[in-house]
Design a protein around this ligand. Sequence first.
Ligand SMILES: O=C(O)CCC(=O)C(=O)O
Length: 328
Amino acid sequence: MILLSPLLMLLLNSASFKAAQELPIINRGLEEAALMMLPAHKQSELLTKPLPKVRKVRKGKAKVKANVKSVQPTSKGGFASSASGPQSPLAKPLHVAGVVRIPSLLSIPLADSLRAHCLSVADGADPDLSNVLLTVNRSDVRLPLSDPSVLSALDAVLNGPLGDLLDDVLTTSSVLHELACLISDPGSQRQVLHPDVGYTTDLGIVTCFVALQNINLNMGPTIFLPGTHKQGWKELLDDEDSRDDMITGRPSSLSLLNLGEVSIFDGRILHAGSANESEERRAIFYFSFRSPYFNPASGTSQGSLCKELREEGLTLEEVRVKCAIKSS
Ligand SMILES: O=C(O)CCC(=O)C(=O)O
């Protein structure tokens, strides 16, 4: 083991050292941003798909079992319900684009109280931080499943259109993979485009980003390249000869969200957090679930989940039950 002097440790942890280390990523992020400003590049806002009125209300375990049985892996890059077809109107848009948005999912009081909790954890003593791409003015704080604000928020968002979507595309026996809050402070730089998982033929991980305040253009909205969860796009991104043309030619969507809105994405899609050029902190509460059939490809990181929850391996249905009990 190499023993580093306290002075060297201080230097390695200092913001200026980190900034120097991160410079190549920052520079590439700036190049990508410039490519997206070219007239040939089409950028738009990530839009919501109109949802049909109300679908049937979740009714206990009978429906849960039926869902688990009906969902089978396909060889076309997703999971599909075999017997009755997908129940959620968002299953197909997620399969096609790799990202969808749901408006007004979390009420303003729940979102406000969750934001206050997340910021107090982040600013408190010894937050449980995980690795994030570009750490200067940006942090990823793992959250336990214990605070009433976290339980109530999850209870609200997992019962409704988002819960239906997860049931359909991953099944109720999918496993909690991440539970955290991403905070990007004023001055945080644009990340480079990346997927969260190495490519697999079938959908493995679905991540949900819940906006804990409005996220407008200068607050660093997440940028998605719809359709790039399919095979081949990551290779084009990794190839210096093809990556610039790919970025210019592929339309991008900006996840401009209102407080309580959610973007939901396939872990394979190319995306990046953009620079926060505002004076406000941007906090995103997020969680992901992984399919029980998921077999991670190389390049898949562990995911941002605290140790206790990783060991517990809670399923979607178990998370629902836990949140319903504790938040009632
Ligand atoms: O900050 C964001 O909007 C996205 C963050 C992200 O994709 C990451 O840290 O891997």
